[in-house]
Ligand binder design. Structure first.
Ligand code: IPM
Ligand code: MN
Length: 363
């Protein structure tokens, strides 16, 4: 198949990890006879430096035309003045909003080789396999903001339609998995959460009667996520709660460097990015963990291009690389050898070529 993929490397380690993911996608294309064209554009701090804007019009136009978008990370100390007129993060928020990417899928499935990298006890991590569906274009992130001399406010607002559509994505995903959906809110305090709970209850009752729905308050969810992570299948929540809970959930996997994400809207096109940030402290050294970006590329193959076998092959290859002990510094146990970005990427590409993988692709 032919596909146009827009690559937005962004800042810090973004260019290093997106380069790794593109290499893996090229290997997939070569092996399976696909033609992927990559178009690189600026976003975030790099775009501010080049054009003065965090999301230049040319980037957004290219993104609108693309079959899928692969993004690295945005932000860094150079642009971190909170009072600056433009900030790198605005580019990310603006592209999510402009493309209507309201459902952000963040799967968490700890790999046996990285259990030691997690601060959570290994016996609690065995069998953990959950997906957080984070609402991505509404809530407090996008409500009116105001700053006065001695006060400030951020409005949190959700419409019924905004809640319905993201709950439908999450419930559909739960139906295809283990049939369990946990909706997270703060309905004991927030009006938006009471609306969220009402809508989630109705949508699941009327449209997904086969899905088991449970409600959790966000504070207790933060606790349960660590205390009994195996109990969860699909978790759906509003924008800011999802942002916070997924950084927490990344510790189940052992590192932020392992978690991919897919941001989806109503069409096939989507934006794929690791959930980690730009890690300016290690940028440019070739040691960043590329697995989250590579796993994001696997999600791209699955959700935007419909290449399910290829997506699975990439996921198997990452798993194989981890099994083989190709651990970057963030996931290696102290004293154990570590690999750099390049070696981790090559390990994935090598594993893609294994005969057993080819067999699986014929399914
Ligand atoms: C994320 C990030 C972003 C967010 C920032 C960089 C704006 O933390 O994707 O989780 O808060 O959504
Ligand atoms: Mn975040």
């Amino acid at each position: 198949m032919h596909a146009d993929i827009v690559v937005l490397p962004g800042d810090g380690i973004g260019p290093e990890v997106t380069a790794a993911a593109v290499d893996v996608l090229r290997a997939v294309a070569a092996r399976h006879g696909h033609a992927f064209r990559f178009h690189t554009h600026a976003i975030g701090g790099a775009a501010i430096d080049a054009t003065g804007e965090p999301l230049p019009a040319a980037t957004l136009e290219a993104a609108r035309r693309a079959d899928a978008i692969l993004l690295g990370a945005v932000g860094g100390p150079k642009w971190s003045d909170p009072n600056a007129r433009v900030r790198p993060e605005q580019g990310l928020l603006a592209i999510r909003k402009a493309l209507g990417l309201y459902a952000n899928l963040r799967p968490v499935k700890p790999h046996p080789a990285t259990l030691g990298a997690s601060p959570v006890k290994p016996h609690l991590l065995q069998g953990v396999d959950l997906v957080v569906v984070r609402e991505l274009t509404g809530g407090i992130y996008f409500g009116d903001k105001a700053r006065e001399a001695d006060a400030a406010s951020d409005l949190c607002r959700y419409s019924v339609a905004e809640v319905e559509r993201v709950v439908r994505v999450a419930a559909g995903l739960a139906r295809a998995r283990r049939g369990r959906l946990t909706s997270v809110d703060k309905a004991n305090v927030l009006e938006t959460s009471r609306l969220w709970r009402d809508v989630a209850t109705r949508v699941v009752r009327d449209e997904f009667p086969d899905v088991e729905l449970e409600h959790q308050l966000v504070d207790s969810m933060a606790m349960h996520l660590i205390a009994r992570p195996r109990a969860y299948d699909v978790i759906v929540t509003e924008n800011m709660f999802g942002d916070i809970l997924t950084d927490e959930a990344s510790m189940l996997a052992g590192s932020l460097g392992l978690l991919p994400s897919a941001s989806l809207g109503d069409g096939k096109a989507g934006l794929y990015e690791p959930i980690h940030g730009s890690a300016p402290d290690i940028a440019g050294r070739g040691i960043a963990n590329p697995y989250a970006a590579i796993l994001s590329a696997a999600m791209l193959l699955r959700h935007s291009l419909g290449l399910h076998a290829e997506a699975q092959a990439v996921e198997h290859a990452v798993s194989q690389a981890l099994d083989d002990g190709r651990l970057t510094a963030d996931i290696a146990t102290a004293g154990k050898p570590t690999v750099a970005t390049r070696a981790a990427t090559d390990a994935v590409i090598d594993a893609l070529q294994l005969p057993s993988q080819v067999m699986e692709l014929r399914d």
